[in-house]
Design a protein. Structure first.
Length: 364
């Protein structure tokens, strides 16, 4: 196995960069298909309708789930419209669907995230779910997106919960990359972790701690500030490169396990990952001082610190064991943690993390 790292072709971020979309499509093709979430189609794209029509771009509405049924439908649209470039615009599931469809069709993909809730926009992999929203598998594309366009004003206008969730996803990046580096486990692109990946993962973590709270305040006021720009870069670019070229471990596997329980489906990816971070730190026997920093930060910005925070108050050990067993499936990256990881250990780690979170809430 070799050292491997992957990156998006171009990353463009700033207030008003959505104006560059038509030019970006022209770089790669003559007929663009834009897969847009409902909010993107009915709100964000309205001022650009004439330009898109003049360019001959077709706007198609995303169904809401990144699943095989939606991908089959989208592939039919690509063939019908003879599209030679696809644009994915929306949240994590919308952009993942566009990435998979582009990969299967053998055409370029441009990603325009409308929220900063995950690091999906820059990555060369996507998560497939069932039609009911249960995690099924990770799909690996042949290349990362050709262009990622991040309009800061679009994201500042989105609900703040999305930004906070993105910080939960990005929070895991450093701890998981560190675990992979310690255990010499493969990263998410099938090679050894690179210095680039590990150090960008560390920069991602430091950026979130330094600017996360100020960025949250900015989005609550629907304004673009330097702090918000820093967090957008952390949530989307640094976390995207960090997890792929650094590696994944416990936090994301525990997220995948949590999707087995319908009660968690109302919670965002990064919110469930955030709880997975705490359980992963318990598994890794993290220093109390480090645990204190992470708990304090999550409490300050409103990320989950207990099972109740992700819809599981009073969950039985039997049901939580279902999460642990799914998290420990043979193909899961939780096995990148040090030592033998078993469902029993993961169950104990989740209970311990929850107990600390509850105790801290009780002191306030």
């Amino acid at each position: 196995m070799f050292v491997k790292a992957v990156f998006p072709g171009k990353y463009i971020q700033g207030e008003g960069v959505l104006d560059q979309l038509v030019n970006c499509v022209r770089w790669f093709g003559k007929k663009g298909l834009l897969l847009a979430s409902n909010s993107a189609k009915n709100k964000i794209l309205v001022p650009y309708a004439d330009d898109l029509k003049a360019e001959g771009m077709v706007v198609d509405a995303f169904s809401g789930e990144c699943c095989e049924k939606e991908l089959d439908r989208l592939m039919r649209v690509i063939r019908r419209e003879s599209a030679d470039v696809i644009v994915g615009m929306g949240g994590g599931k919308a952009v993942d669907t566009a990435k998979i469809a582009a990969d299967r069709a053998g055409i370029p993909v441009i990603i325009v995230p409308t929220i900063a809730s995950t690091d999906a926009p820059c990555s060369g992999c996507a998560v497939l779910y069932s039609e009911k929203g249960v995690f099924e598998r990770v799909y690996y594309q042949k290349t990362n997106p050709q262009v990622v366009l991040v309009d800061s004003k679009v994201i500042a206008d989105a609900p703040v919960r999305f930004l906070v969730s993105g910080m939960g996803d990005a929070l895991a990046t450093w701890f998981e990359a560190r675990s992979c580096e310690r255990t010499k486990s493969p990263n998410a692109c099938g090679g050894w972790s690179t210095l680039t990946g590990v150090n960008l993962a560390r920069l991602c973590y430091n950026t979130i701690l330094d600017h996360g709270y100020a960025a949250k305040i900015a989005v609550e006021k629907r304004i673009v500030t330097p702090a918000l720009e820093h967090i957008l870069e952390a949530n989307i670019l640094l976390s995207g490169i960090g997890f792929e070229s650094g590696g994944l471990a416990a936090a994301h596997s525990i997220h995948n396990g949590l999707t087995a329980l319908p009660e968690t489906h109302a919670f965002y990816h990064g919110e469930k990952v955030a709880f997975g971070v705490f359980a992963g730190l318990v598994l890794a026997d993290a220093l109390p001082s480090e645990m204190e920093v992470v708990y304090s930060f999550c409490e300050k910005i409103g990320l989950p610190t207990t099972l109740a925070d992700i819809g599981l108050p009073g969950i039985s050990r039997e049901n939580l064991m279902k999460v642990a067993e799914k998290a420990c499936a043979p193909e899961e990256c939780i096995h990148h943690e040090a030592g033998l990881v078993t469902p029993e250990k993961v169950l104990s780690a989740m209970l311990a993390a929850d107990a600390v979170g509850q105790a801290r809430k009780g002191k306030k």
